[in-house]
Design a protein around this ligand. Structure first.
Ligand code: ATP
Ligand code: MG
Length: 552
């Protein structure tokens, strides 16, 4: 972890773990787990859970497992398992054990038999619709199933027959026998097992019945000896069932569940299902599109993992839902990049400048510092010649008042080089400025000009050695703060979320920059080399601007 990361704030989970240890409710070492379902890619919401689970374990000398909750074979795949592991590592965490709920299928089946033998689970023949309609509502109790009073021995042989493949999909289910009138609907004889003839990405065709999430999750925690099972608030109502299951089987440990608020981030969506819809509709170019809030997207965009960790620490952990503005994340990214990213010269939308009085022998190779505050970053050679590129925005033919950049007859300093004066403006056939003819004050390299003040400094790139580049600038993916609440999420997309600068010019030193490198383009922002780059053309993603320009 880097020095820029915030000191831990004292949130309620940290406090609870400390008290559990101090008061002997939990024996050290503590154990946590991060339990994704391998059915998609991780997003920044998951990062909150990862940082919390791994952070708490590390802080108290404990361990954190990476557990794949893989009980829905239809949607799961090893592709996601590998991507998730890779993303967690990228975030900077290493887990004690890689676990799979599917590794516990045999043990879970044995737990189910224990419930059956104790008269606490039964095989139900009702179909899904009947089960749903007999469940009751928030105001009405449910109806007991006509199969609820089956004897333990009948249930055992039916359940064994379910496993042996003697029934069709959906023909029978296993349910816990708790209370059909419980005010908490999760306790109204919840489903524990269903028959599904679907190959599982790890167990193949070994099973035709699969345990449900609630049954699997808590008992997997118990099998792993998890002490603190940290999950999001929507599971608070499932906690009585979590405790009931652990209390009623021969569980090797008694984990306790604690809930915290999900991360809700404005102008984007953090739900795998909604992110998948964006990919399927082709409104983004895949899960790693730099506009996506997936960890892959953030990484390709150039956001450092340390910035994600700092963000997760700064937003804190509470039991109250709160919307967080994306800008809060960008602040963390800028803080980090300002310290760590080397500076380079690049022009996104170039105009050509011809230096009319620069003799070949005066064209020097400058040595420019890579980082203004960090001499350890060294210096690099930057060539000059009689032709260069400047940003179209840095020239105004009819400047507004107080204009400090280049204008006809005006002077400006080229960053790290001379002062130039614009003597002539040449227009193209389209009426746009095509070229500026400027003269150089050769006596201004590293010193102020004689007898006058030149306030403006602009960036530039030597045209003789420049590399052509495509720069992709990103904005918020959605035009509204909470797109998930819109009737049509797709209609709320920001049509300007991607701006391409196809003719950018970058300094020669960037010709060999590796994909993933993040740099500050002086005066513009932070940019990351995209893997789409090739020898002819560099591609850069704008990670974040130098300051917040998002119009509220
Ligand atoms: P999604 O709805 O995006 O699919 P999920 O909760 O279904 O998310 P899981 O893979 O089951 O995805 O989640 C793994 C862990 O990450 C869970 O403990 C879950 O509570 C947590 N998590 C998921 N989204 C968020 C979020 N936005 N903020 C905090 N934690 C989250
Ligand atoms: Mg889930």
């Amino acid at each position: 972890m880097s020095d820029s990361e915030a000191a831990p704030a004292n949130h309620f989970i940290r406090q609870k773990v400390r008290e559990d240890l101090e008061q002997g409710r939990v024996e050290a070492p503590i154990r946590t787990r991060f339990p994704p379902e391998p059915n998609g890619y991780l997003h920044i919401g998951h990062a909150k859970s990862i940082c919390l689970n791994f952070g708490i374990a590390a802080e108290f000398g404990g361990e954190c497992n990476l557990r794949f909750d893989d009980t829905n074979p239809e949607k799961e795949d090893t592709e996601y398992v590998e991507a998730i592991a890779d993303d967690v590592r990228w975030l900077g965490f290493e887990w004690a054990n890689t676990c799979f709920a599917s590794d516990y299928f045999e043990q879970l089946y044995a737990f189910a038999l224990q419930l059956i033998d104790a008269g606490l689970a039964y095989v139900d023949d009702q179909d899904a619709d009947a089960i749903r309609s007999n469940r009751g509502s928030l105001t009405e109790p449910g109806q007991n199933s006509p199969y609820r009073e089956r004897s333990p021995s009948e249930n055992r042989s039916l359940f064994e027959a379910m496993r042996a493949g003697e029934f069709a999909d959906g023909e029978k289910v296993l349910r816990a026998k708790i209370d059909m009138a419980a005010p908490n609907i999760n306790l109204r004889d919840p489903l524990l097992y269903r028959i599904r003839r679907v190959a599982h990405h790890r167990t193949g065709d070994a099973w035709c019945l699969y345990p449900l999430y609630d049954f699997t999750h808590g008992l997997s925690d118990a099998i792993e000896g998890v002490t603190h099972s940290l999950c999001t608030l929507e599971f608070a109502d499932h906690r009585p069932l979590y405790d009931w299951l652990i209390a009623n089987v021969d569980a090797p440990a008694t984990p306790k569940q604690t809930e915290f608020a999900r991360l809700k981030l404005e102008h984007t969506v953090v739900s795998k299902r909604k992110l998948a819809a964006l990919v399927e509709h082709g409104v983004v170019n895949g899960w790693d599109d730099p506009r996506m809030p997936t960890l892959r997207g953030l990484r390709r965009r150039g956001y450092p993992a340390a910035a994600v960790r700092t963000f997760c620490e700064r937003i804190g952990v509470t039991r109250k839902d709160a919307w967080i503005d994306f800008e809060q994340f960008e602040v963390c990214a800028r803080d980090h990049l300002n310290q760590h990213a080397e500076r380079r010269l690049a022009v996104l939308d170039p105009i050509k400048v011809r230096l009319s009085n620069l003799p070949a022998e005066a064209a020097v190779t400058l040595s420019i510092a890579n980082h203004p505050q960090n001499p350890d970053c060294g210096e690099r050679p930057v060539s000059t010649s009689d032709t260069l590129w400047i940003e179209r925005d840095d020239f105004a033919e009819v400047p507004p008042s107080k204009w400090k950049r280049l204008k006809p007859g005006g002077e400006v300093r080229l960053r790290g080089a001379w002062v130039i004066r614009c003597d002539e403006v040449i227009h193209g056939d389209d009426g746009r400025v095509a070229e500026l003819v400027c003269s150089v004050d050769l006596d201004t390299l590293g010193k102020s000009p004689e007898g006058r003040k030149v306030k403006g400094v602009i960036h530039w790139v030597d045209a003789a050695t420049a590399c052509a580049a495509e720069v992709r600038a990103y904005d918020r993916l959605f035009a509204v703060p909470n797109p998930a609440a819109e009737a049509d999420m797709m209609a709320a997309l920001n049509p300007d979320s991607l701006t391409i600068y196809p003719d950018a010019q970058v300094e020669a030193s960037l010709a060999t920059a590796e994909a993933g490198t993040v740099l500050q383009f002086e005066r513009i922002g932070y940019f990351c080399v995209d893997p789409d780059s090739n020898d002819e053309r560099r591609v850069f993603n704008r990670t974040v601007g130098l300051r917040d320009t998002w119009a509220r």
